[in-house]
Design a protein around this ligand. Structure first.
Ligand SMILES: C[S@@+](CC[C@H](N)C(=O)[O-])C[C@H]1O[C@@H](n2cnc3c(N)ncnc32)[C@H](O)[C@@H]1O
Length: 295
């Protein structure tokens, strides 16, 4: 399972949903949608690095009404998975789902969400027409992967287009294991350093990304609201949580060893001790959601 695989995105989605529900109280998304839609027939939304569409599934019901989304990702397998992953969600939400070449549409009694799936490399200079066509630019679990330069360029483009921005689930550098074990901090330090490696967008901002975006967007005249959207993973909650904890331990260890191969012996020892007690472990991972709107 790698950081962008459909398996990992499916594993994390319930934790993302819970975390975003906690942050959601800080954002009036229905009001935002009404303001951004104005006299237009539909609210237009651009979702950057959409994966299998988790951000759409989270936001579309909260925005409500008629929406037209463009989902962009560079991975054709993830784009191809969007209809299959979304079908059970649509059924549970009482929405009908239809698919067409290059897109899909969800319809319910009070909403209609048209979705265009677009393959694109966001590490290349962004097509200026993209933010220009959308009133809301959003991304989830993307910001900590990108560089300061990338955020600055997007902020300028979005500002030119007078678009609002909503960035969900950017890691903020906090991780709290309970019970704590020897070497938790050492592994986390190496993991955090690994997060700052270039993911194709220039040196990644990691835990500083949300604050960087907030400062840049404020300087452009945006009103910025931030809220905590932490993951709470509790091994006592059952198999899915244990699987998530296992993925977190193994993922952190692999990244830490890649960052400092000479540390492999004590990191492997930490991994074994962590895996030994997953059912009795909780982990809180700090995230931030950020909404930026123009007055
Ligand atoms: C952590 S995942 C988040 C996916 C989704 N937004 C979610 O919340 O489930 C990061 C996403 O960034 C996409 N990505 C990474 N580099 C990219 C690039 N250069 N261009 C477009 N998408 C990219 C990956 O394919 C993956 O879908």
């Amino acid at each position: 399972m790698n950081a962008f695989s459909a398996g990992w995105l499916a594993l994390r989605e319930p934790f993302d949903r819970e975390a975003r529900a906690a942050a959601g109280a800080s954002f009036d998304l229905k009001g935002l949608a009404a303001r951004l839609r104005g006299e237009a027939s539909a609210l237009t939304v651009l979702d950057l690095a959409c994966g299998t569409g988790a951000n759409l599934r989270e936001l579309a019901p909260r925005l409500g009404g008629v929406q037209r989304w463009t989902l962009v990702d560079h991975d054709p397998r993830l784009l191809a998975a969007v209809p299959g992953v979304s079908a059970p969600w649509a059924r549970a939400a009482g929405l009908s789902m239809t698919t067409s070449a290059g897109g899909l549409c969800f319809e319910g009694p009070a909403s209609r969400v048209e979705v265009e799936l677009l393959r694109g490399d966001l590490a290349r200079p962004l097509d200026p027409a993209l933010p220009g066509r959308h009133r809301l630019v959003t991304a989830s679990a993307l910001l900590d992967l990108v560089s300061a330069r990338w955020i600055d360029a997007l902020a300028v483009r979005a500002h030119e287009a007078e678009a609002a921005l909503l960035f969900a689930l950017s890691v903020d550098g906090r991780a709290l294991w309970q019970p704590s074990l020897r070497d938790d901090d050492g592994v986390h330090r190496l993991f955090a350093a690994h997060q700052r490696r270039d993911k194709g967008f220039g040196p990644a901002l990691g835990g500083d990304a949300a604050q960087w975006a907030a400062t840049r967007l404020s300087s452009l005249g945006y009103e910025v609201t931030q809220a905590a959207s932490d993951w709470h993973i509790d091994g006592r909650d059952g198999a899915h949580s244990v699987a998530m904890l296992r993925a977190m331990v193994e993922g952190a260890a692999a990244a830490a060893i890649e960052q400092d191969p000479s540390a492999a012996p004590w990191i492997r020892d930490w991994t074994a001790r962590r895996l030994d007690r997953l059912e009795r472990t909780t982990l809180r991972v700090g995230h931030r959601d950020l909404l930026a709107t123009l007055p």
